[in-house]
Design a protein around this ligand. Structure first.
Ligand code: ADP
Ligand code: MG
Ligand code: MG
Length: 874
């Protein structure tokens, strides 16, 4: 027979998968001999079983629950449902990973119309007994039967007003009796005439089921997705003897941290309330006291509390978040866990614990949630100023940070205002590659359309610019340069503020503070670099991004997207001319005009890299992304080419594709127009030779051919590259080393990787395209339906943000293996958005890639995640 139920004294801290975090720690504290109200834990496996059995608790599990209950009755010398001295319990959820406030707790379970009288007599405190019962009815109704809390709050307010009192504590025993009667009526009305359950065992089983059910409530599902918690883990249920903080002036309840969770400062930090139960502290019913004041109120309790708090921190060797209750001068601990903390606090605490000799640098590195480093690298709002701000809307937190400035509606206006020294928020229906400069100029970007992986979001994250995307509530009139949101109208030049970390949009100019990447941050990163095996490169297309990434620890560029170099107003006419010309000669002439620009960019980037490697991807996007739509641009191009605007328009129309994502792009461009690859090779090799001469760096260019699906395709382009490179080197009289490799981003390339590796010196997994081609949906359109996939539990996360290890990951692992089989020296990397996602980084480590490449602001995240993966594997 399986064991579904564990007494606290049968478990320990290592059993968190089975007992949940709360249950495992209650067991551990019991073993440490701490004052824990005793109880038992129904396992997470029982929760899984509940779901697998069609939302039923089997006889076997119920039997074990009742056995444990009998043990608890004996332990307490009190019987469940007893008319004179009833045993009361709390029923508490507790998943493996803590999900604060996501699931539900019921207190005072076991009371009914009869036992409440016995309880009143036994405690000699009728007021307290009735208060406990009315709380129980309220919580049970809310949690178990989904009768809204507000129904009850309303009645409490009515009674308080009728009695002319201000606080709940001022209600008398008779007032509370009246509340009980009215609460039960509310229950009955809501439950179609069914009475409030009087049998404590029925109450208990209903409560256990409700906790299991709460695992799948909508806010828990959202929380899990945000925190990468798998849906099949389930929650445990803890049934624990009640202790009472609401028995008078020597009773109370509180929560405390062993260190400050927002700054990391040493010293106890917390709050308590005298004569209160459970949620009162956090519910803001009364203003709680700082924990240090307990030294005056109940000095003995405070001393004991501090001793236990210190003991727990030393035992777990981490900052603890504790819940406690004092019943008539006797202290009980109800919970401890490693406390949640902000990123700055995490870093402070980890470094302090190392200095205190409590943990090793390796452990310190593992204590920091890699993703949370985002918080450190971007500006934040001044806390006081933010509190005073008015929220006018919210949307997707697409790129973190805080920004405040004047709204502008076009990239040009944004750029102009920025040049005048203004702080700018660019507001667009959606952004396109042509908005790059305006996006660069902006402090923050707000879009009406687009998801977390829309153009705006991806580019903003790359630049480290705050971005809130997909705000459908905005009514925008781009032409008239105005929008409405949250009942306010904004025109060009009005101030708004954006929080890219929460997705909130504020009215007005809220003060921001620059990120400070202080000494402890550097210390953690240096430790991380010692432990990691993966190299970390960056995706960068400009010298500024490159400088930035190098500062953040990038060891090179894993992806330089050359097309981003062509959107500049000086250059785009030339690329347009190239695209629209009919003859090789005219195309080559136009391309020759582009060489100096491209070469200058490469030189600047090689210099910014100071000898670090750079992988340059050849022209990738479908050509019609470059063609003009603006009549003035069409006219200019026509004049330049000696054509009529109509002829130009016709040529542009010819470029239209039904499915550009799968159209004439990537290496297909170089197959049809080899002169493009020639031009790019010339620019790269000349740049490398010149920078070598000027700076002495030994540059080995890495040339990357995109979107290859067939070995011969790669070979064709590679031959063009080699011939050109030889020609350039001969001209210059200087011979350098260079590598030619490819992106693996088409499933066919992954499947035939062994063949492709015969022609490639390196592979870089372009997991954005590989994901969209493997799933068969594009990342720009996925936003339209992914939400339904989450709510129907088909997908748990966005495969464009977190690598789908099961499907796409299998292709990556297979291609890596096949590639190395025919080419043992093959260098392997990843350059999709996933390169900065911690769980994806771990996967890359496991399958033995050489490096990951991610946007500059994610470089520290990837460094830390790579170190954590290496330590974990050990
Ligand atoms: P959460 O996981 O949301 O923090 P908990 O299960 O910790 O929920 O319960 C919330 C609060 O209820 C606790 O902080 C504590 O104050 C109170 N509580 C829970 N169980 C008991 C108990 N056995 N005796 C007294 N109070 C309890
Ligand atoms: Mg709790
Ligand atoms: Mg691609």
């Amino acid at each position: 027979m399986a064991k579904w139920v564990y007494l606290f004294k049968e478990g320990n801290a290592d059993m968190r998968n089975l007992l949940g975090g709360k249950g495992a720690n209650l067991a551990e504290m019991t073993n440490l001999g701490l004052p824990i109200p005793q109880g038992f834990t129904v396992t997470t496996e029982a929760c899984t079983d509940y779901y697998n059995s069609g939302k039923k608790i089997t006889e076997e599990i119920q039997g074990q629950i009742f056995d444990a209950l009998a043990w608890l009755e004996a332990e307490n010398g009190r019987k469940f449902g007893d008319t004179e001295n009833p045993l009361l319990v709390s029923v508490r959820s507790g998943a493996r990973a803590s999900m604060p406030g996501m699931m539900d707790t019921i207190l005072n379970l076991g009371l009914n119309d009869v036992s409440v009288e016995g309880f009143a007599k036994k405690t000699g405190n009728p007021r307290f007994a009735y208060d406990s019962y009315r709380r129980f009815i309220q919580m049970f109704s809310d949690v178990v039967m989904e009768v809204p809390k507000s129904f009850f709050e309303k009645i409490i307010d009515e009674v308080k007003t009728a009695k002319g009192v201000h606080y709940d504590t001022e209600l008398t025993a008779d007032d509370l009796k009246e509340l009980i009667a009215r609460f039960k009526q509310v229950y009955k009305d809501a439950m179609n005439g069914e009475e409030f359950p009087q049998d404590p065992k029925v109450q208990l089983m209903d409560a256990v089921k409700a906790v299991f059910r709460s695992w799948d409530n909508p806010r828990a599902i959202v929380y899990r997705r945000m925190n990468d918690i798998p849906g099949d883990w389930g929650t445990a249920v803890n049934v624990q003897t009640m202790v009472f903080g609401n028995m008078g002036d020597t009773s109370g309840t509180g929560v405390a941290f062993t260190r400050n969770p927002s700054t990391g400062a040493r010293g106890i930090y917390g709050e308590y309330l005298i004569n209160a139960q459970g949620e009162d502290v956090v519910a803001g019913v009364r203003t709680p006291q700082p924990i240090t004041k307990l030294a005056e109120d109940l000095p003995e309790c405070y001393k004991e509390f501090m001793a236990i708090a210190n003991k727990l921190e030393d035992h777990y060797r981490d900052m603890q978040d504790m819940e406690f209750t004092i019943q008539e001068g006797k202290l009980y601990f109800l919970q401890t866990r490693n406390g949640k903390r902000t990123a700055p606090a995490a870093i402070q605490i980890a470094c302090d614990l190392v200095d205190e000799g409590k943990i090793t640098p390796e452990e310190a590195v593992c204590r920091i949630e890699a993703k949370s480093l985002d918080q450190l690298l971007h500006p934040t709002f001044d806390t006081a100023a933010l509190k005073a701000g008015e929220v006018i809307g919210s949307a997707l937190p697409a790129s973190p940070g805080a920004a405040a400035g004047k709204v502008y509606f076009t990239a040009e206006d944004a750029k102009e205002a920025h040049e005048k020294g203004e702080r700018v928020i660019l507001v667009r229906l959606e952004t396109s590659p042509e908005d790059i400069e305006g996006m660069h100029a902006a402090e923050g970007i707000l879009t009406v359309r687009g998801g977390m992986t829309s153009h705006a979001a991806v580019v903003a994250r790359g630049m480290g610019t705050c971005c809130v995307s997909g705000c459908g509530e905005i009514k925008i009139d781009e032409a008239a340069k105005k929008f409405e949101l949250g009942g306010h109208a904004f025109t060009e030049g009005d101030y708004i503020s954006l929080d890219g970390t929460t997705g909130k949009i504020y009215k007005g100019d809220i003060k921001t503070m620059e990120a400070s990447v202080g000494g402890n941050f550097g210390r953690i990163m240096r430790w991380a670099d010692q432990f990691r095996k993966l190299q970390v490169r960056t995706n960068a297309d400009t010298p500024i991004d490159t400088e930035n990434a190098v500062k953040l620890g990038a060891e090179g560029i894993g992806l330089c997207r050359t097309e981003h170099m062509f959107f500049d107003p000086d250059r785009i006419p030339k690329i347009r001319k190239m695209i629209l010309s009919d003859s090789v000669e005219v195309r080559e002439a136009a391309l020759n005009e582009l060489i100096p620009f491209q070469k200058a960019d490469f030189k600047a980037m090689y210099k910014a890299l100071r000898g670090r490697p750079m992988t340059v991807r050849y022209l990738d996007p479908p050509l019609h992304e470059f063609v003009p739509t603006d009549p003035a641009d069409i006219k200019a191009l026509a004049d330049d080419m000696g054509l009529t605007p109509e002829q130009v328009k016709a040529k542009c129309d010819d470029l239209h594709e039904f499915n550009p994502m799968m159209g004439h792009r990537g290496c297909r461009l170089a197959v049809t127009y080899p002169e493009i690859a020639k031009m790019q090779t010339r620019a790269i090799i000349e740049a490398a030779i010149e920078v070598k001469e000027e700076m002495g760096y030994d540059i080995v260019p890495e040339i990357m051919i995109p979107l290859v699906g067939e070995k011969k395709e790669l070979k064709f382009v590679k031959d063009v590259v080699i011939a050109t490179a030889e020609e350039v080197m001969k001209e210059k009289g200087e011979y350098i080393n260079y590598h030619v490799g490819t992106m693996i981003e088409i499933p066919r390339a992954a499947l035939t990787a062994d063949k492709i590796a015969e022609e490639a010196e390196f592979f870089s997994f372009g997991t954005n395209d590989l994901t969209q081609m493997t799933f068969g949906f594009s990342r720009d359109d996925a936003g339209k339906f992914l939400q339904s996939y989450y709510s129907n539990k088909i997908y748990e996360s966005d495969p464009f943000a977190k690598l789908d290890q099961e499907g796409v990951g299998q292709l990556v692992a297979m291609a890596a293996k096949k590639g190395r089989k025919t080419n043992p020296n093959l260098k392997l990397g990843i350059c999709g958005e996933h390169g900065g996602d911690p769980s994806s980084v771990e996967f890359c480590h496991k399958i033995g890639l050489n490096y990951v490449s991610c946007s500059p602001y994610r470089v520290p995240i990837a460094r830390l995640a790579a170190a954590q993966a290496a330590i974990k594997q050990k």
